[in-house]
Design a binder for this molecule. Structure first.
Ligand code: GTP
Ligand code: MG
Length: 186
């Protein structure tokens, strides 16, 4: 059977327009690789503009994953859902007002313990979270071992391991997004 016809959640716009496409937001603390992952997921149609009423710049781009197109949104670094900086206020508004279809919480695998409380906040806020353990190459070099399967079971959300700067794990990340979108549309 045609995969596209079988997938209710799949949208395509056929040109540079991103309005109406399902949204994937990338969130996480500063310097964890959000923008590297954004670049890995998006193609040539990327725009950078100020979030309405603010001086905070947000990048939005169109990305194709499998047969589906998505609007990918790169957010400024944030430490929690309780905003202190203007950047954090914008990231929070974006999550709560734009209601992305998928939220990729990008964390630095070297500091996973410190970062999981934010993952829990996102889950508790009812957001559709996939946890992305990035910078795994450095974590491995430091001898840090993470059982992603166990973490997935404990948190009850998809967990993916990536080294985005090396383009590792991106294919698996795209597969997780596809599986997730299909599962929530079913
Ligand atoms: N070793 C390694 N470095 C990475 C990886 N992913 C990203 N980096 C590096 O980490 C740095 C920060 O990456 P960015 O993508 O700019 O991080 P960001 O989360 O967008 O940062 P802010 O926009 O400041 O919040 C860059 O120097 C990247 O090359 C990775 O998987 N492994
Ligand atoms: Mg960035």
């Amino acid at each position: 059977m045609d995969k596209k016809a079988n997938n209710k959640s799949c949208h395509t716009s056929g040109n540079e327009h991103i309005e109406g496409l399902p949204k994937i937001a990338l969130v996480g603390t500063p310097n964890v690789g959000k923008s590297v992952i954004f670049n890995r997921l998006t193609g040539k149609y990327v725009t950078v503009s100020n979030y309405p009423g603010t001086t905070v710049e947000i990048s939005r781009g169109k990305g194709r994953i499998g047969d589906c197109e998505f609007e990918i949104i790169d957010t400024p670094g944030m430490y929690s859902l309780m905003p202190i900086t203007e950047e954090e206020r914008v990231a929070r508004r974006l999550l709560l007002e734009e209601k992305p279809d998928v939220v990729l919480h990008i964390v630095d695998a070297k500091n996973i313990k410190r970062m999981l409380s934010f993952t829990l906040q996102l889950i508790e806020a009812g957001l559709p979270v996939i946890l992305v353990l990035n910078v795994m190459d450095e974590a491995e070099r430091l001898g840090i071992k993470i059982d992603a399967y166990k973490l997935r079971q404990k948190l009850g959300i998809p967990v993916v391991v990536t080294s985005a700067a090396l383009n590792k794990g991106i294919k698996e990340l795209k597969q997780e997004v596809t599986d997730y979108v299909v599962s929530i549309a079913a």
